[in-house]
Design a protein around this ligand. Structure first.
Ligand code: GRF
Length: 219
């Protein structure tokens, strides 16, 4: 499909792809002016690839040749993104680190979602670490990707209260449910050009975005 005026997305996944599905659903329901042009994964067995096909989305599995040969993967990924006409790269549970060159070539055109209130808890196992530290608040962050891991400009965060004695399973499920709301929302802002990337970083609604917006989810 090629919907006129829709922002074309190239989504990179490594696993389940629930964020990809949430984004694809909102695109197909016409709730955001975007279209998933292709879903790529370095894991052919990633469940999200099958889900994407159920949505009628083109998929590509590109083998990961090892970190030392990352350029090989990135070349194939870049070609697939270009073939699909992807304008925005959306990382959704993509578990590999892209090279500074790949990221620099797409400044302001790669988004990621991370399961913590960045800058707290970059990296892996965030829910477990949040519980171990006895944090009272947790959430997820949609941010632009730069060469600093989980360190690019933050756009929107979901914030929720950690329940006393809560398990990692329930906390991660609650955080993920908020991801499915905030990620499509930011993509929608980008599609509507409310969110733009300038030489000094992201702007939202005509103002520099120096701090992320925060949405509380404490029903
Ligand atoms: C999400 O929790 C996201 O924050 C993290 O990886 C997970 C991906 O989940 N980056 P899914 O594949 O979208 O279900």
């Amino acid at each position: 499909m090629n919907t006129p005026g829709a922002l074309r997305l190239g989504i990179l996944i490594s696993g389940r792809g629930s964020n990809m599905a949430a984004i694809a659903r909102q695109c197909q329901e016409g709730r955001i002016r975007a279209e998933v042009a292709v879903v790529l994964s370095e894991r052919p067995e990633a469940a999200g690839l099958a889900t994407a096909r159920e949505f009628g989305i083109a998929t590509r599995a590109i083998a990961w040749p090892g970190a030392a040969q990352r350029a090989q993967f990135e070349q194939a990924a870049a070609a697939a993104l270009e073939d699909a006409g992807a304008e925005l790269v959306v990382l959704a549970g993509f578990m590999r680190i892209l090279s500074p060159a790949f990221v620099a070539a797409r400044a302001g055109a790669i988004l990621n979602i991370h399961p913590s209130l960045l800058p707290k808890y970059p990296g892996l196992h965030t829910h477990q670490r949040v519980l171990a530290a006895g944090e009272h608040q947790h959430g997820a962050t949609v941010h632009f990707v730069t060469s600093e891991l989980d360190g690019g400009p933050r756009v929107l965060q979901s914030r929720l209260v950690v329940h006393p004695g809560e398990s990692e399973a329930t906390l991660s499920a609650r955080v993920q449910a908020t991801e499915h709301i905030i990620y499509p929302r930011v993509i929608g802002w980008r599609a509507d050009r409310r969110l733009v990337w300038r030489a000094d970083g992201p702007w939202l609604d005509g103002r520099p975005l120096t701090q992320p917006l925060i949405e509380d989810f404490n029903a």
